[in-house]
Ligand binder design. Structure first.
Ligand code: 6PG
Length: 480
């Protein structure tokens, strides 16, 4: 019920769908929630439809909103990332007091969160950048929550977040991630992995459709079956549901009447930009981001429709075998995507001194979030067994899974290439695996070339230090 005097445990400002659902989730879990929105109409709509779900406090102004909160005050901002977030933070900071906590639950760029946290700290306020995953449904019934910021604020905030988060086997899908921007950084990489996962599923669908000639309903059945094994995950499950959906207007599968140009709000792109800066090869995520961009290159795609595919096309003869090959290729490529994402998290942790724990992330990603999947249990176990794992691919379970899949993986990439079906994420993940395994990469040649034209020097396999060959002189080698 709405009341005007209650002392609220938490305030939520920004009552679009995500904000409303999180507010309802808190209220349903017994918290008194102060509500605020730029236009009161949204607040009233929420109270009208769901006011009976728990204790809400209706407020109109920021002053009223802040006054309704118990101390230390906790305000969760659920507005559009970017300038709107800065504007709300400024309004709140002007009326809040030292020790109060401002939480940004949007998909903020982590460097913005680092900046905001420092600015709020200087004013005595605690700022928590919290990644929240799970979409509308998750926000209402249990998301995965990745809060960064001061450890001190987690003491009061943690139990609240943990009570509204999803849980797996009694463990909440929420933990304190680390200082300042770490929560949003981890959420960003989560989204990068989400992009890779979706692209890989898309490539599997493309192959089932164009290499094997399956219709959408048939492919839906394949994904349903895959969802009962190692690939069990939210994204595979919804893929089956999407593919089974029939368009009411045309009677065709819905997927066949949707324009094939994928959009993005930016978190995948941020992941790749950050990976470039950190020097981490997140090739699967990068291919996924570029595949969306390519799908949206409508002018070029229209102009290129009639380009020749060559004459090598040969369809796979054994449908059941090739379907299984695709399943294994999907699984192996998915392992690579997660391995790369976890490498980026380790690199970010080192760069920013965050002391992140990959096993904890795997634990909280097992439920609530978009990339939740059965195999996150395996990732959790892998890091429990060896917290210093150099790459996830080397954990015994994953190594075995990939080695079991590798022939299928090669057949899928080779067949797709022969048929002219683009599989950028399958192919680049396989190349990444082969590059990691390779005893000698062509990078030695790159180093020699760099030394030739720019005297950039190289290291030798048989002596310490750096060396330079006097390419424009007598070509003798000198220590650099
Ligand atoms: C989540 C999602 C969510 C994201 C959408 C859309 O974890 O709940 O990652 O945060 O906004 O998936 O992202 P794109 O528009 O970039 O595909």
């Amino acid at each position: 019920m709405a009341s005007t005097n209650a002392i609220a445990n938490i305030g939520v400002t920004g009552l679009a769908v995500m904000g409303s659902n999180i507010a309802r989730n808190f209220a349903r879990n017994g918290y008194t929630v102060a509500l605020h929105n730029r236009s009161i109409a949204k607040t009233d709509a929420l109270l009208e439809a769901h006011g009976a779900e728990g204790d809400f406090v209706r407020t109109e102004t920021i002053e009223e909103f802040v006054a309704a909160l118990e101390k230390p005050r906790r305000v969760l901002i659920m507005v559009k990332a970017g300038e709107p977030t800065d504007a709300v933070i400024e309004e709140l900071a002007a009326v809040m007091e030292p020790g109060d906590i401002i939480i940004d639950g949007g998909n903020a760029l982590y460097t913005d969160t680092i900046r905001r946290e420092a600015a709020m700290k200087a004013r005595g306020l605690n700022f928590v950048g919290a990644g929240i995953s799970g979409g509308e449904e998750g926000a209402l019934n249990g998301p995965a929550i990745m809060p960064g910021g001061p450890a001190e604020s987690y003491k009061t905030l943690g139990p609240m977040f943990e009570s509204i988060a999803a849980d797996v086997d009694g463990t909440p899908c929420c933990t304190h991630i680390g200082p300042d921007g770490s929560g949003h950084f981890v959420k960003m990489v989560h989204n990068g992995i989400e992009y890779a996962d979706m692209q890989l599923i898309g490539e599997a669908y493309h192959l089932l459709r164009d290499a094997l000639g399956f219709g959408a309903a048939q492919i839906a059945d394949v994904f349903t079956e895959w969802n009962s094994g190692d690939l069990e995950s939210y994204l595979v499950e919804i893929t089956a549901q999407v593919l089974a959906q029939v368009d009411a207007g045309t009677g065709e599968p819905l997927v066949d009447v949707i324009v094939d140009a994928a959009e993005q709000k930016g978190t995948g792109r941020w992941t790749v930009k950050s990976a470039l800066d950190l020097g981490v090869p997140v090739t699967g995520i990068a291919e996924a981001v570029f595949a969306r961009a390519l799908s949206g290159s409508r002018v070029q795609r229209r102009a290129a429709q009639r380009l020749a595919s060559g004459t090598l096309a040969e369809k796979p003869s054994d449908t059941a075998q090739f379907t299984e090959d695709i399943r294994r290729a999907l699984y192996a490529s998915k392992i690579v995507a997660y391995a790369q994402g976890f490498d980026q998290i380790a690199a970010g942790s080192t760069e920013y001194n965050w002391d992140l724990h990959p096993g904890d992330l795997a634990t909280i990603w097992r439920g609530g979030c978009i990339i939740r999947a059965r195999f996150l249990n395996r990732i959790k176990e892998a890091y429990e067994q060896d917290p210093g794992l150099p790459t996830l691919i080397l954990a015994p379970y994953f190594r075995e899974a990939i080695e079991h899949a590798v022939d299928s993986w090669r057949r899928v990439v080779a067949t797709a290439t022969m048929l002219g079906i683009p599989v950028p994420a399958f192919a680049s993940s396989l190349s990444y695996y082969d590059a990691l395994r390779a005893p000698r990469l062509p990078a030695a040649l790159t180093q020699a070339q760099r030394d030739f034209f720019g005297a950039h020097t190289y290291e030798r396999i048989d002596a310490a230090g750096n060396f330079h060959t006097q390419w424009s002189g007598d070509r003798s080698e000198v220590p650099a």
